[in-house]
Design a protein around this ligand. Structure first.
Ligand code: BTN
Length: 243
């Protein structure tokens, strides 16, 4: 018997696995997660309206959908980030989490997470999208607007996407189950993986026209970043991206 029962959907070409999930959510089971993958995305979505470059058969485009049971959407992000780190570590690839949603290898982005909440017919769902750069070449990676790497570019090995998908599936389903039972522990581990940024001077874009700059003090128990501005004031930032 499968330790983590789930419903699997494999698509060929799709605009975005997250968008497809939202369109089709009424057909998904209530009592187990649905895992969607696609070979290619024509409109892959990143955070804050960015696009996610998604060439055919090169990378993993993965979305988990389930009924929202935990109040805390950030728990899904934390569990997903830790699950991706476990997957990469299985291939001896050490990584860091760049708060809140980016996974870095050699200071370059290798994976991203886009979590959304979606309500349809009075049921609220979590749509957890994960993109991992698997076999993208250095030339393709240069098209991305910030430093990026792939598992192949970092390790020199070509991977079967199916293998990475199975690893992510296993690691994500077990990490999520653990995180729901141990949210404080999950948060501690996530915070540890993000802690390299403490003491660094950063700027976080919190909205298209708003940013906060200062020195990172740490994280709150909810997973928000605490930043001390040059004025001496400490502000708490709940979401955004570090520029
Ligand atoms: C980010 O770092 O900005 C988040 C990137 C998330 C990309 C994945 S790929 C699978 C899923 N479908 C999407 O359109 N986006 C997510």
């Amino acid at each position: 018997m499968n330790a983590f029962p789930h419903n699997s959907i494999v698509l060929d070409v799709v605009d975005s696995t997250n968008a497809w999930a939202k369109k089709n959510v009424s057909a998904f089971p209530f009592d187990m997660p649905t895992l969607i993958t696609a070979r290619e995305q024509t409109k892959g979505q990143g955070r804050f309206g960015a696009s996610w470059i998604s060439p055919k058969d090169q990378n993993l485009y993965f979305t988990l959908v389930e009924r929202k049971i935990s109040e805390n959407l950030l728990l899904y992000v934390e569990a997903a980030a830790l699950a991706i780190q476990t997957l990469l570590w299985d291939w001896q690839l050490p990584s860091l989490i760049k708060w809140p949603n980016d996974i870095l290898v050699d200071n370059k982005k290798i994976a991203g997470i886009l979590v959304e909440e979606f309500t349809s017919q009075e049921v609220t769902w979590v749509i957890l999208g994960i993109g991992i750069n698997v076999n993208m070449s250095p030339d393709e990676l240069r098209e991305i607007d910030r430093p990026a790497t792939s598992m192949k570019a970092s390790l020199g090995t070509q991977f079967k996407i199916e293998t990475i998908k199975n690893s992510l599936q296993e690691s994500l389903l077990s990490t999520l189950a653990w995180a729901k039972n141990n949210p404080a522990l999950c948060h501690d581990r996530f915070e540890q993986s993000c802690s390299w940024i403490i003491g660094k001077e950063i700027t976080v874009r919190t909205a298209p026209l708003a940013k906060v700059s200062g020195i990172v003090q740490g994280m709150t128990p909810e997973g928000f970043l605490q930043i001390k501005k040059s004025t001496g004031e400490t502000v708490t930032v709940s979401s955004g991206f570090i520029v």
